[in-house]
Ligand binder design. Sequence first.
Ligand code: SAM
Length: 287
Amino acid sequence: MIKTENYLQKIGNDLWFTEVDRNNLKIDYRIKEVVHSETSPFQQVMILDSYDFGRMLVLDDAIQTTALDGYIYNEMISHIPLNVHPNPKNVLIIGGGDCGAAREAAKYPDIDKIDMVEIDETVVKACKQHLQEVSGNLSDPRVNFIFEDGTAFVKEKRDYLYDVIIVDSSDPVGPAVKLFELEFYRDLYNNLHEDGLMVCQSESPIFYSEMMINIYRRLNKLFPVVRVYMATVPTYPGGFWTFTMGSKKYWRPNPDKFDKDTLYINKDIIKSCFAIPEFMKELLDMD
Ligand code: SAM
């Protein structure tokens, strides 16, 4: 396995971080400083301060979120399901260690409880301390941090169910692989109320279309309603990013009731984000 240090190198007086997206694409970021670096039992956790993207969270050499545009992804993965569900009370977030999704969910006063199940406490601590552009000063008593593997958590018996589940996972490598499997989605289904819904990040439709298709097909095996929506996130290679929602009942967004303080999402984005380009309709075999 190639160690992280190999992706950080000095060229002249400059420090560069290289993200290897796949065999044929590498992206270089000029770095001001390594703010934080440690190896947890699960992964290498770094916070780098970059020139163009500001501070960024890097797990096992893959950029997860940045100060520049973390709000786009976190607002989209949170507010869309919380807007489609008419009255969410119990919310579960799986992953989401940068705390951005929990921060957005905490903007809903009617939500009673936000369980956040993150496998790696190191990520939460690092982001709360060094990446406040994304984590904010999250200290809402309704947010209940549970440091456990999300796949094990959803198998446990509980005396309550969720209205909305947000799967804010890393890419399907390392501890996140199981978060993309049918068995995990089935467990999510079983943890939802009879009118509950879930959403997950479903990768790039350009560079990882196979993954997006697999997620869509797997969710279609379980949920009566499956819908894909999109946003442009410059941090992620290709820019275009997809999210997939599996719902037992609701699917219509309610833009008129949206009243949160946000930087990206607004009523028009809520109305339009489910518009899918032709090539994606073909990939997903949609009518
Ligand atoms: N927005 C980011 C993206 O799209 O790349 C991902 C955000 S968040 C940092 C992803 C989190 O998922 C990480 O903190 C990671 O530790 C967590 N994670 C990975 N596998 C997990 C698992 N099996 N259970 C719970 N959390 C997991």
